[in-house]
Design a protein around this ligand. Structure first.
Ligand code: AMP
Ligand code: MG
Length: 344
């Protein structure tokens, strides 16, 4: 459980405006604080929409849980061990298809089938683990079995999993998928202006009255924001950070983001922020680019169709794509040295 104050992206909503036109709620779901802000409709309408969204979040939380049994993903994960076929809902099936696309686009760096490895590192628990790390032979053996989204086969509503080392874990893109769904659901209910922050990952639609939604991107090294961005009406901003979930042993930090090629946690990258219209894609890309690292991220961004990226590493380098650099608003007198990297 992460204190809300450590959210990767801080919502900077100067609280002016007519109180009757802004409705805000927050709840704890997906292991994080989810805050919904709706503007410009009567409170009753906002309340009903937020209740429907909240029910959807709870359903996804259960169905997509990576380690608590009772949901669809855990049923599929059990079937990876036996090769049995399972029947899944359209909604979960759509996410598996998206995860297969992200896997292919990212050259396998975004791999929602690495759940067994994430679990072996101890991250399938409410609290990050403490103490000695798992035997690296176990980790290497799992990685050598190459769990990948190609092991998941879909035939209509029937899904099979061909690799006992595979286990689905939607942690890398579930917030994005859930927030996209929630914004679409609110739109259907006549809401045009809303923002949802899931642990600091933000999806927006419309505007904050007569100005855009302004979102702060957390500085991964110290308290505060590194920069802010004004979101276009339907943009999302997602950040992957090694500070979100990690364990430490003998002075080394092991993060929850796994390089599927080795099974080892990604090091050196502190955070990666992506802005895109599709929140699920932005979420997946922020994870994939973190795995790609400082050298390879422009290539993977290009393959994934991403143009706005900000990456911070542990040597102090802050790199941005040209389209992201244009959008960054730095705190007064705090413009860092930015390394501009074209997407190629
Ligand atoms: P995020 O904070 O969006 O980068 O998501 C991190 C979460 O994604 C982890 O806690 C794991 O549940 C999962 N994950 C870890 N490594 C990968 C990977 N290489 N590809 C996809 N999901 C991953
Ligand atoms: Mg992600």
């Amino acid at each position: 459980m992460k204190p809300a104050g450590l959210a990767a992206v801080l919502l900077l909503l100067a609280g002016c405006g007519d109180a009757t036109t802004e409705y805000k709620t927050s709840e704890y779901v997906f292991g994080t604080l989810v805050e919904v802000t709706v503007r410009g409709v009567a409170e009753e309408k906002a309340r009903a929409a937020v209740a429907a969204v909240s029910e959807g979040f709870r359903r996804m939380h259960k169905d997509w849980h990576a380690w608590k049994p009772g949901g669809e993903l855990m049923t599929l994960n059990a079937a990876c061990k036996t090769g049995a076929a399972v029947t899944l809902s359209d909604f979960t099936l759509d996410q598996i298809k998206a995860a297969k696309t992200y896997y292919a686009q990212s050259d396998g760096l975004f791999d929602a089938a690495v759940g067994e490895i994430v679990g072996a590192w101890g991250f399938h628990a409410d609290e990050p683990p403490k103490g000695r790390i798992p035997p690296l032979a176990t980790i290497r053996a799992l990685a050598a079995a190459h769990p990948g989204m190609d092991d998941i086969h879909i035939d209509g509503h029937t899904v099979t999993c061909a690799n006992p080392a595979a286990g689905l874990d939607f942690g890398g893109f579930a917030k994005g998928a859930a927030v996209d769904w929630a914004l679409a659901e609110m739109k259907k209910r006549g809401i045009a202006n809303a923002v949802i922050s899931a642990g600091g990952n933000v999806g927006a639609m419309g505007s904050h009255g007569d100005r855009p939604w302004r979102i702060g991107i957390r500085d991964p090294k110290k308290w505060g924001v590194i920069a802010s961005v004004d979101l276009e009406p339907d943009e999302s901003v997602y950040t992957s950070g090694n500070y979100e979930r990690f364990r430490e042993w003998e002075g080394v930090r092991y993060s929850h983001i796994i390089d599927p090629r080795t099974g080892m946690p990604v090091d050196h990258i502190l955070s990666t922020t992506v802005i895109a219209e599709n929140g699920s894609l932005a979420d997946a890309a922020s994870t994939a680019l973190t795995v790609a690292g400082m050298r390879d991220w422009p290539r993977i961004a290009k393959r994934m169709g991403i143009t706005r990226v900000l990456m911070v590493d542990d040597s102090g380098t802050i790199a941005a794509s040209p389209d992201m650099a244009k959008r960054l608003i730095f705190p007064e007198g705090q413009k860092p040295n930015l390394v501009i990297r074209p997407i190629e």
